[in-house]
Design a protein around this ligand. Sequence first.
Ligand code: UT7
Length: 327
Amino acid sequence: MVSRIYSAVVGTGGYLPGDPVSNRAMVDRLEALGLETSDQWIRERTGIEQRYFASDDQSTSDLAYRASLAALEDAGLEPDSVDLIVLATSTPDMVFPSTACRLQHKLAIKQCVSFDLQAVCSGFVYALATADLFIQTGQARTALVVGAETFSRILDFNDRGTCVLFGDGAGAVVLKASDTPGILAHKLYARAEHEGILNTPGQLAHGKVCGSPFLTMDGQAVFRLAVEVLESSAREVASLAGLDLQAIDWFIPHQANLRILAMVGKRLQIPESRLIATVGQHANTSAASVPLAFDTARRDGRLKAGQTLMLQGVGGGFTWGAVALKL
Ligand code: UT7
């Protein structure tokens, strides 16, 4: 019998740039621009208490580099053992080369497969599923899967409805080929008819930025769709993995809003005690949110070897997806 190749998580890492920026600091920043917000509004509507912003001289690949080093150290592996880098981002260093190639260079990996993947806040889950397929088919043995963002660069600080919600950061996971699971199942989805509710429409053309380079969002429409698809994809991927939802130890959904997490938890009948929530401390870091939450909960001892996890992304595109895995 031909034995199946699985992808096992052998290391995680995270990186948040600089000092935390409190809601109070955002109130002051917005006040200077003539806009009103409050710590109470931000906390009550989102659960966010603070976020991190990269300094002007830090790029997405710099954040990715720090998270990747931590993940490789956790795995006990040298960068050179990596033969695949999949980096999810919507805020790349430049149009090209890819941020993944720039990360490869910073890690001094001589040769490997490196590419960026763009699925906005679903990016990390898309990247994890993609790397798993490379490993399952024998195209890679050791994959570095990264979600990294400098969303502060595309925030309009004159739009109080969006600028208080997002932050910068990076998270990374090292996958290794294994004859035991590992990743159990995944499914990815996109429904492009919803492009208009969350986008950054600007583009580079003829030496100029054409259109708005800032993120725009219909918050309530995103909220409703996010709740719906986080529920349906958790059910579908649990069933694909042959797991009862109630038997899954931990849910690590995209960290956009505590109210979204609470509503999905209620619909799936998952108690708060099995939901990892880092949005309060990190805000929404888009593609970095799931790996940062994963790493946080692994390092603080909540996640343990042998447990089952459901990782979920949802975001612009509209895209979403879920990965079920055994640690
Ligand atoms: O990664 C995926 C992307 N993002 C998301 O998942 C976000 C999903 N959506 C949400 O989380 C919520 O819809 C928001 C947090 C964005 C907004 O919460 P909401 O309860 O839907 O508020 P709203 O947009 O209906 O706004 C309510 C009020 C409005 O004032 P009026 O029109 O009622 O007078 C807004 O102008 O809150 C006002 N408002 C603010 N007030 C103080 C909007 N932003 C702010 C602010 N501070 N920062």
